[in-house]
Write a protein that binds this ligand. Structure first.
Ligand SMILES: [Ca+2]
Ligand SMILES: [Ca+2]
Length: 238
């Protein structure tokens, strides 16, 4: 731009671009794919395609947005990007075209939904003998699958208790990232009776003496913690 100063000298500024000047037509653009309301499964790879044109010049770039966040651009037709690793959620997509004169235009938005993946996990049923330590609580995926390098976090837990009986195995802290909805199927944890073999010790007495105390010894297995035998032995004739 040339400027005449008060003293009559002329100065030349660096170039000034005037966006959307009256002589330049704005470009036009629209999203061609995905269609409005499309759904995907997380983590999604979404190909976004756009048309863009400029009636009195050329399109120099098309930028792709999710909300106000730019997710990519393409400088040559056909205009498209692959948006990958998209988490579950709702997104509003737009494209913005720029022409050779620096004028821009933004498309109408397209809404897409990325759904969390369904996965069903079932606890394996477990048993242990009374007094033993718990086996590892394991599970299996009975429907759905993990994507890529996704892994489970945390682990199962069971209803507390150490006596003989049946307890439930529940989800505990087992979890996945927000791209999944877990359905958990509980299973049972059974504590079984502990086998203990006892043998009465042989006793003798002389005729007329009082009976000696009858005693037992454990010949296989053992008692747990402070457990004791109840009741008493009876004597029979042999
Ligand atoms: Ca133009
Ligand atoms: Ca291209």
């Amino acid at each position: 731009m040339k400027v005449r100063q008060a003293d009559g000298d002329e100065a030349i500024s660096s170039p000034i671009w005037i966006s959307g000047g009256s002589s330049n037509q704005h470009p036009v653009c629209s999203i061609t794919t995905p269609s409005n309301g499309s759904t995907f499964s997380a983590p999604a790879i979404i190909t976004i395609g756009a048309n863009a044109s400029d009636s009195d010049g050329s399109v120099t770039k098309v930028e792709f947005y999710q909300g106000s966040t730019k997710i990519g651009e393409d400088i040559s037709a056909p205009y498209s990007i692959s948006w990958s690793g998209v988490s579950a959620g709702n997104y509003s997509l737009t494209v913005r075209a720029t022409d050779n004169a620096g004028s821009t235009a933004t498309s109408l938005p397209v809404s897409v939904t990325v759904n969390a993946r369904s996965i069903t996990v079932r606890a394996d049923s477990q048993t242990k003998v009374y007094g033993r330590s718990d086996p590892e609580l394991t599970y299996e995926v009975v429907s759905g699958s993990l994507m890529g390098s996704d892994t489970f976090r945390g682990g199962l837990s069971r209803e507390p208790g150490e006596n003989v009986g049946e307890y439930s195995i529940n989800q505990g802290t087992l979890n996945l990232n927000d791209n999944y909805i877990i359905t958990f199927l509980e299973s049972s944890f059974t504590i079984t009776e502990r086998p203990v073999t006892v043998t009465a010790e042989s006793k003798m007495k002389n005729f007329g003496d009082t009976d000696p105390g009858l005693t037992i010894i454990i010949t296989s297995g053992r008692l747990i913690g402070t457990d004791t035998f109840h009741g008493s032995l009876c004597q029979g004739k042999r």
